[in-house]
Design a protein around this ligand. Structure first.
Ligand code: SF4
Length: 475
């Protein structure tokens, strides 16, 4: 998962606004950050580094950078290792001029594209799939840059939401299936492109609309020009997990508030039956309170408490200065991270029956450790509620989920998972419940990690990281 941000103005300097946009998208990637722009000498410049936005980039120097168009990227690696050479934007000065690309998503035909390009002499500098797009552009020197980009994107399969800087202007592009969100914002005559609309308010801009699946939007001194990629998708595949976990709750995607969707997931989860097995003989409907795993379970827990009529308590406290557990790279760091990050309240849990709501259960590591910590607080009963369906299949479209063998729901029943985690009961939201809570038709959403229904046969949709990076096939 990554975040991209772009800005275009006819009058204002925007490099610092791109920095601010990246700060607002920090939740989408913490491994590296970068900003690129084209200078007066027609050369592409890039500043990038490892770590959080404020560590990787020099805000003061960006505030002094006099450019009216720039793009930026925050990265969590899904294709290619966590290395500075894989940090984005990826830039080049080729025969037709400067180009910089920032990419969110994974191409599923990278292996094919890469070997075809290498057979034509391309030398790859990184293991990132974004570089393949850059090479495809550079291999069309007779075309003007925007046409070369359209050519390149029509050959890419899978997920891409891009911001691109060309001499023609700022370009936003979204794959024909619409896997990853991409939004257009505006403040006066300045235009902004962002992975999520939450970044607009920080710079005083407002959401205009989503960039449409299959749309390529050019922004320059002539205003906005919309192009279509020459690929018709049978249906849309907007990632439902964006609503479950990835997107910030104050974002709006395809007209749906992420906050409202999560709240409704909690409500539906509370409604979806109370007859699950309870190994301890306890009664979740008579729980003393509903708590959440901060921060991703918060909004669903609010919905659950509203619907069930059980009081809501902020009974698990989060250390705000520790990063998101799910996207720490190693199992050891993940396990250590939970105790550093989360602390259940002894006062609230002692001798109580509690419902604990989280957004998803992937490996089950975090939930198991939190349940153990709550047990140490002498909770009488603990009922775990998950506001999404069981994650049984890996993602090939830009989300860092493990291989199938490490997905706890892939090989275990709900009762087995509850027992292994140590919860008295466990309930997941149904797939229909998830789709209903998001409020978009099911055939506009990707739910592949829940139901295994992929755009392409997974055997053909080779994960972009496999064989070329350190992920060992796990991504
Ligand atoms: S497989 Fe899951 S995480 Fe990946 S794009 Fe589809 S819904 Fe999102």
């Amino acid at each position: 998962m990554c975040g991209v941000f772009g800005a275009y103005s006819n009058t204002d300097c925007v490099a610092e606004e791109v920095y601010l946009g990246l700060l607002a998208l920090q939740h989408r990637g913490q491994e590296s950050a970068g900003v690129a722009w084209i200078d007066a000498a027609r050369r592409v410049n890039v500043e990038k580094g490892m770590g959080l936005v404020h560590e990787a980039l020099d805000q003061k120097s960006l505030s002094r950078t006099k450019v009216t168009s720039a793009i930026g990227h925050v990265r969590y690696s899904t294709a290619g290792g966590s290395l500075l050479q894989n940090a984005q934007p990826i830039c080049a000065n080729y025969a037709q001029g400067p180009v910089a690309i920032a990419h969110n998503g994974n191409l599923t035909n990278l292996t094919e594209l890469r070997s075809s390009l290498e057979s034509r002499g391309a030398i790859f500098q990184s293991t990132s799939d974004t570089e393949a797009i850059l090479h495809l552009v550079a291999h069309q020197p007779a075309k003007r840059p925007l046409d070369a980009l359209l050519y390149a994107l029509e050959r890419a399969r899978g997920a891409f939401s891009l911001v691109v800087l060309l001499e023609d202007g700022l370009v936003a592009a979204r794959d024909p299936w619409g896997f990853r969100p991409l939004a257009l914002g505006r403040r006066d005559d300045n235009y902004y492109i962002s992975s999520e609309s939450c970044a607009f308010s920080l710079i005083g801009a407002t959401l205009v609309r989503d960039v449409e699946p299959g749309e390529v939007l050019l922004i320059n001194e002539n205003g906005l020009t919309s192009y279509r990629l020459g690929i018709e998708a049978d249906r849309r595949w907007l990632c439902s997990f964006e609503f479950v976990y990835f997107a910030r709750p104050d974002s709006v995607i395809e007209g749906r508030s992420v906050y409202r969707a999560r709240q409704e997931m909690g409500r539906r989860l509370a409604r979806e039956g109370s007859s699950e097995e309870c190994s301890s003989g306890g009664d979740p409907d008579a729980a003393d309170f509903v708590a959440y795993l901060p921060d991703s379970g918060t909004t669903a827990a609010i919905g659950y408490a509203e619907e069930s009529g059980i009081p809501f308590e902020a009974a698990v406290v989060r250390n705000r200065y520790v990063g998101r557990t799910f996207i720490q790279p190693t199992q050891r760091v993940r396990e250590l991270g939970v105790r550093v990050k989360l602390s259940p309240s002894q006062e609230l849990f002692a001798d109580s029956s509690a419902i604990l709501v989280d957004d998803s259960l992937v490996r089950g590591t975090t939930a198991g450790l939190v349940v153990a910590m709550v047990r140490e607080c002498r909770a009488r009963e603990l009922h775990l509620r998950i506001s999404s369906p069981p994650v049984k299949y890996p993602c090939y479209y830009g989300i860092d989920t493990p291989s199938r063998g490490d997905l706890t729901a892939a090989g275990h029943s709900v009762a087995q998972i509850a027992a292994s985690i140590g919860a008295d009961s466990l309930r997941y939201l149904s797939k229909d419940g998830l789709i209903g809570a998001i409020g978009l038709p099911g055939d506009r959403l990707c739910t592949a990690c829940f139901d295994g229904c992929y755009l392409d046969d997974p055997a053909e949709a080779v994960p972009s990281g496999c064989g070329v990076c350190s992920c060992g096939g796990v991504f």
